[in-house]
Write a protein that binds this ligand. Structure first.
Ligand code: UDX
Ligand code: UDX
Length: 461
């Protein structure tokens, strides 16, 4: 099917601006798929978003966003109004009305660390069964290398008989990889201003179509084969996780030697070859990507015959960062049993409600196992937390949280925690101790208010 092109004339100057409007389907309207769909609509394409979750689709049709992502609801409402985005539970409807079909369904971890591709395979099959013309099927979800080949094979095997002659498919299609690099909390910004757009393609036609998809953003395009594109995604996430575990390992050395990891990171970061970003020591990385993608890459490497011991150590350092933070609390509180601990921040990072693999989960459960009583406050993720934790008292603000606490933990570095009234906090607490898991505060400031302050890697404890 020819790529559908609409010529639109700009008003006023009578100039003709050739806008490429593609019909695009996004299968899976989660954190990744929904942001991708809304942004593709906003840059001018016609988008159909599919999700298996009927309730989610009903909310989205009304312009209600089921996740917390700054700016997303306004952008969604604008594009619903412009009739550039619609929602459905039907893969059939979306397949028939689109040329480009992005697969953005979940790829959760299996117990052994492998990515579970059940949803990806199922969606590939549903697309095949409903194809009646050329389609470009694009992997947006983070998937192991060689998944593209498996998607292509699934489609070939499931094409309706009418599209086959002597067992060979008559209907033309392409599969491509287009990994996402969106950070939760800045996903729209990251989509609209990408450092690069990576496309893994096996045909000129697929390359041209994907270039048209992203043309309005005029990004730097990295064009390669599908396997390399899939590896770029795993390698990028794994490298970022490695950088975080590196500075976390340095924080442990700083504790033993007596140095300030913030100063070490500052001194390192001015070197342009190192860079300042992702050098914040703390209780480690969480989220729906780094932990899962590190595990998946380790497994993928093992299966390909390489023991990725470096990445295994990245994972070990990350686990140890949480354990050593709990140990610090046990050391300084002395008796944990029946102590009241106030937790400031639950989400895996600020500006999101996402609790997937949040470091707060292991830390809180370890302290509860020691008999601690937990109170918690988080600006947006307390609803999601209620499905995860048992026996936690949720508070409506940091001051209600502090009341009667034997210590406070900072587990998410929300902006609103930056300028709390520490005098008021101290008065409310039973004893003024702060364990700062994200090095949000400067010890000197808090010690001047009479707090005992413990950060991560901030000198000898
Ligand atoms: C997920 C993975 O975590 C990420 O690694 C991958 O790159 C993209 O998919 P995310 O968007 O955060 O990212 O997942 P999630 O929020 O779980 O959204 C997946 C959506 O797909 C959900 O809304 C789910 O209802 C939907 N889905 C899942 C389908 O529509 N069909 C399915 O068969 C399975
Ligand atoms: C990440 C990648 O950045 C993004 O490119 C990919 O598409 C999805 O996964 P995200 O998980 O949303 O994005 O958040 P990010 O900002 O990368 O933080 C991930 C985790 O690392 C968080 O738990 C954060 O607290 C932690 N982190 C980040 C650190 O501990 N130190 C840092 O310096 C930076």
């Amino acid at each position: 099917m020819r790529v559908q092109v609409l010529i639109k004339e700009e008003q006023g100057h009578k100039t003709t601006r050739r806008e490429i409007v593609l019909n695009i389907a996004i299968i899976g309207a989660g954190y990744v798929g929904l942001v991708t769909g809304v942004c593709l609509a906003d840059i001018g394409h016609k988008v159909t978003c599919v999700d298996v979750d009927k309730q989610k689709v009903l909310k989205l049709k009304k312009g209600i966003v089921p996740i917390y992502e700054i700016g997303l609801e306004d952008l969604l409402k604008k594009n619903i109004k412009n009739k550039r985005i619609t929602f459905t539970t039907s893969i059939k409807e979306a397949t028939k009305s689109s040329t480009v079909i992005f697969i953005a369904v979940g790829t959760p971890s299996k117990k052994n660390g492998d990515a579970d591709l059940t949803y990806v395979e199922n969606v590939a099959r549903q697309i095949a069964l409903n194809m009646d013309s050329y389609k470009l099927i694009v992997e947006k979800s983070t998937v192991p290398a060689e998944t593209g080949k498996r998607v292509a094979r699934t489609i070939s095997l499931n094409l309706p008989k009418k599209h086959k002659k002597d067992g060979k498919e008559k209907l033309d299609f392409d599969v491509a990889s287009n990994p996402e690099f969106l950070r939760e909390g800045s996903a729209i910004e990251d989509f609209m201003n990408p450092d690069r757009v990576v496309i893994g393609v096996e045909s000129k036609r697929a390359e041209e179509i994907l270039r048209e998809v992203y043309k309005p953003l005029d990004p730097h395009m990295v064009v390669t084969d599908i396997n390399s594109a899939e590896i770029i995604k795993h390698a990028s996430n794994s490298f970022l996780a490695t950088k975080i575990s590196f500075i976390n390992a340095i924080s442990q050395i700083c504790i033993h030697i007596g140095a300030d990891v913030l100063k070490v990171a500052e001194g390192m970061g001015y070197d342009k070859r190192i860079g300042k970003k992702f050098l914040n020591a703390g209780i480690g990385f969480g989220g729906s990507c780094f932990p899962k993608d590190v595990d998946a890459f380790i497994r993928l490497s093992e299966k390909s015959g390489y023991d990725f011991s470096l990445l295994k150590e990245v994972r070990n350092v990350n686990e140890n960062q949480k354990a050593s933070f709990v140990k610090l609390i046990e050391d300084k509180l002395w008796i944990v049993k029946n102590k009241v601990i106030g937790v400031l921040g639950l989400a895996f990072k600020p500006d999101t409600d996402d609790m997937r693999n949040a470091p707060s989960i292991d830390i809180i459960e370890a302290l509860q196992a020691e008999g601690a009583k937990i109170k918690a406050y988080d600006p947006v993720s307390m609803d999601n937390s209620k499905n995860i934790f048992k026996n936690i008292v949720y508070c409506e603000d940091p001051y209600a949280l502090a009341k009667g606490c034997d210590c406070l933990l900072v587990l998410t570095e929300w902006d609103e925690f930056k300028d709390l009234n520490f005098k008021r906090l101290k008065t409310a607490m039973r004893q003024p101790i702060i364990f700062d898991g994200r090095n949000l505060y400067h010890n000197k400031d808090l010690e001047s208010y009479g707090f005992e302050y413990f950060g991560v890697g901030r000198g000898v404890l």
